[in-house]
Design a binder for this molecule. Structure first.
Ligand SMILES: Nc1ccn([C@@H]2O[C@H](COP(=O)(O)OP(=O)(O)OP(=O)(O)O)[C@@H](O)[C@H]2O)c(=O)n1
Ligand SMILES: C[C@](O)(CO)[C@H](O)COP(=O)(O)O
Length: 298
């Protein structure tokens, strides 16, 4: 099982050199950059999918969904640490998968809570106990969004150099209707301009002290049941802008069985693209051959 790794003392110092990989060397002072911590939320119970078949463990192209998501953050060189949030039903299998894969960035596997916000709260508490610096960059991700793109992860990391909060989101191609109740019917209250309509995805990214403060304020309201993390900042830190980072159609959330055919197609396409990328890299690295064969030998 992945053990809790207390963050090295150097990471407790605030320092900002989370530039793109090319410039990720320590700053002139030699101090370390702030940690970039991915929180992979995998503690749901999948009631809309199949409570007896945890969707975060369902395989796509022979890889469990939760591993697709962990892999995405393991692959990104700017992500320094990963914590995985689980529920008791999947803990044993997730621990086995993490140990089998030997994910080097996974620092801890912790228990989540009854609601998604409770799982985020548990992660925030565990990170505080582990001594994460206040300016650390957190990327909170649904484990059941297995195809998050590297450009979205990088976009979140970059956005936190200018904003305290950011979220991956995908522009709505449908007109969105805001409704209200009229008797037992929903009726339209307003039709916002579509150019400002986005569907929230994940990761949702925050400076550690900002999201922790927002959750501390929200904790006083027992009737507050946010379905994502940005709402906690929007509702409780109203003066804190939350930037939009480009998402993608393929960054879908696997919610019901109906999502599986699309997910299988995307998994196959992602695998093929990765194979193409590997072949191109191998060809690019191959020594320049003698194209005309024996001609020069004669
Ligand atoms: N108490 C919870 C609820 C959800 N999640 C995670 O948040 C993500 C998005 O949640 P959702 O798709 O709703 O998953 P479930 O809550 O399992 O689904 P349902 O609402 O159908 O039970 C998932 O990766 C899920 O594992 C979590 O970590 N802890
Ligand atoms: C966080 C989220 O994925 C943004 O769209 C969504 O709100 C999660 O909702 P769920 O009901 O927990 O799947």
């Amino acid at each position: 099982m992945a053990r809790l790794t207390v963050f090295p003392m150097s990471m407790r110092d605030e320092h900002e050199t989370n530039a793109a990989p090319a410039a990720a060397s320590p700053a002139p002072s030699g101090r370390q950059p702030v940690p970039v911590v991915a929180v992979v939320l995998a503690a749901g119970f999948g009631t809309r999918f199949d409570p007896k078949n945890p969707k975060q463990l369902v395989s796509l192209d022979d890889e469990p969904i939760v591993c697709w998501s962990i892999d995405a953050f393991e692959t990104n060189p700017r992500v320094t640490d990963i914590i995985v949030v689980v529920n008791p039903r999947v803990r044993g299998e997730v621990e086995r998968l993490v140990d089998e894969a030997g994910y080097p960035k996974v620092r801890m596997i912790i228990n989540g809570g009854a609601e998604r916000a409770d799982s985020t709260s548990a992660a925030l508490a565990a990170l505080a106990d582990a001594g994460i610096p206040p300016r650390a960059k957190l990327l909170i991700h649904d484990a059941v969004r297995p195809f998050v793109e590297q450009s979205s992860i990088d976009g979140c990391i970059d956005a936190l150099d200018e904003f305290e909060a950011a979220t991956v989101a995908f522009a709505s191609t449908d007109t969105v209707l805001l409704t209200e109740d009229l008797g037992d019917r929903k009726v339209i209250r307003s039709v916002p301009d579509r150019s400002n309509m986005f569907r929230a995805q994940t990761p949702q990214a925050f400076r550690f002290e900002t999201i922790r403060h927002a959750y501390e304020l929200a904790a006083d309201d027992p009737d507050f049941h946010p379905t994502d993390d940005t709402r906690v900042v929007v509702d409780y830190l109203a003066d804190t802008p939350v930037a939009i980072v480009a998402g993608s159609r393929t960054n879908l959330k696997i919610t019901t069985h109906d999502d599986l055919p699309d997910a299988e197609r995307i998994a196959t396409s992602v695998r093929m693209e990765r194979a193409r990328t590997r072949v191109h890299a191998m060809l690019a690295a191959a020594p320049a051959g003698d194209d005309d064969g024996d001609a020069s030998a004669q």
